[in-house]
Design a protein around this ligand. Structure first.
Ligand SMILES: Cc1cc2nc3c(=O)[nH]c(=O)nc-3n(C[C@H](O)[C@H](O)[C@H](O)COP(=O)(O)OP(=O)(O)OC[C@H]3O[C@@H](n4cnc5c(N)ncnc54)[C@H](O)[C@@H]3O)c2cc1C
Length: 381
């Protein structure tokens, strides 16, 4: 089987690697450099807590692959299962956490509830005003700079062709498959996988499939290094967006942080998302609630990245509803880093076997069409 993978972020490179492992002949076409889209901008959180429940089977599949990534890819991509703590400062947050923990348990996610005393003894320095926390011991983080190049390199070693810096011309569906014309030559294959991230809806639209997707940029920052003391990734349960910050300390000592700042709108051409310095002070105030010591530390860099947010905040994954041989995996709405390896594995399974053991039904591309038809028939009146 020949497959063209269009877009070389985490989803495209992981798919290329797992497709090649299953014996497919793969050509990955990336218009810039592999991994340089939303993937490299990611905060690096490998978190299952708070995910939409129907995403948990895919998230579990992905976590198992993250745990084996070093062995599979032949290099350390800095996956560390340090645990993920989410602090709680008010009764609303506590109620939300307990409701989520109960709902997630049948889906295979166990959250521990920590008291203020347990927070202080197990994680000194975190949230002195917190009234409780959830803790997910097997989650953690990975290095967003390393993972996509590692998957691309592993795919290349298995025979995949990796084409970078290719200006994309026309994409045609022919009787026998797809023909993609690029500045680096034309490529043909019986299957096409659209992993073009925030640009994925534009490709889908070429095949008559409309997806309500907006390109936005969340804002991240990193501090100077301090001695390495904070092990888990730290977040918060809150109903107040202004408080929704998160942080982690990398092994080299720097704190990476994000959240608590509205995501800026991004123009898909050229697709560069810029951090807004005006949002930094409020963001840092929210981060300091999680870790007061950070107020004394210098921020050395801020950045953003162009991510595709789908209206219902779920990705588009699975077969095209209009075109035989076309598949989609895009629009990961700010939480695709954790899912990446699982997405690649699941898409490779679907493309090569026609089935997928992980349920993907909630992510199908025609879900918006179904809703519109319902409204048109008067159900919504
Ligand atoms: C600032 C930021 C922080 C984030 N933090 C987290 C986090 O902590 N945890 C988490 O789970 N998720 C996080 N995310 C989300 C996560 O990073 C993304 O969901 C994920 O990386 C998306 O991967 P992708 O491969 O779909 O997209 P991308 O990495 O954007 O890759 C898509 C690629 O397609 C290419 N492309 C576009 N059009 C074409 C075309 N026509 N032909 C060829 N190539 C094309 C682009 O150049 C790009 O390289 C974050 C995102 C951002 C922006």
């Amino acid at each position: 089987m020949d497959v063209i993978v269009l877009g070389g972020g985490l989803m495209g490179t992981a798919s290329a690697c797992f497709l090649a492992r299953r014996g497919a002949r793969v050509t990955l076409i990336e218009r810039n450099r592999v991994g340089a889209g939303a993937t490299v901008a990611s905060f690096g959180n490998i978190r299952r807590t708070g995910r939409h429940l129907s995403q948990l089977p895919l998230a579990h599949r992905s976590l198992r692959l993250w745990a084996g990534a070093e062995k599979m890819l032949g290099r350390d991509v800095e996956f560390r299962a340090t645990g993920h703590i989410r602090l709680i400062f008010d009764e609303g947050g506590l109620a939300d956490m307990r409701a989520y923990a109960e709902a997630a348990r049948p889906w295979g996610l166990e959250l521990e509830e920590l008291s203020p005393r347990e927070i202080q003894t197990r994680f000194p320095g975190l949230g002195p005003d917190a009234i409780a926390a959830s803790f997910s011991p097997h989650d953690g983080s990975g290095n967003p700079r390393l993972i996509a190049p590692a998957f691309a390199e592993a795919a290349r070693k298995l025979g995949a062709k990796i084409v970078e810096g290719a200006e994309i011309g026309t994409i045609r569906h022919t009787g026998s498959g797809f023909l993609v014309a690029t500045s680096k030559g034309s490529f043909a294959a019986e299957c096409l996988l659209n992993t073009a991230g925030a640009w994925g809806a534009r490709i889908a639209a070429q095949f008559g499939e409309e997806v309500p997707l907006e390109a936005r940029g969340p804002q991240m920052g990193v501090t100077e290094p301090l001695p390495h003391r904070i092990l888990p990734v730290v977040g918060i349960w809150t109903r107040d967006k202004d408080h929704g910050a998160y942080l982690r300390q990398v092994e080299r000592g720097n704190f990476v942080f994000g959240g608590a700042a509205e995501r800026v709108s991004v123009d898909l051409e050229p697709g560069h998302a810029a951090a807004d310095p005006m949002r930094l002070p409020a963001q840092l105030r929210a981060v300091a609630r999680l870790l007061p010591a950070i107020a004394q530390v210098a921020v050395i860099r801020t950045w953003s990245g162009c991510e595709g947010y789908v209206r219902d905040m779920l990705p588009v994954m699975g077969r095209s509803a209009t075109t035989l041989g076309l598949f989609h995996a895009f629009g990961f709405s700010g939480h695709g880093f954790q899912l990446g390896p699982g997405v690649g594995d699941a898409m490779a399974e679907l493309i090569t076997t026609g089935r997928c053991e992980t349920p993907l039904d909630d992510f199908r591309i025609d879900r918006f069409k179904a809703r519109r038809a319902e409204m048109d028939s008067g159900d919504a009146l």
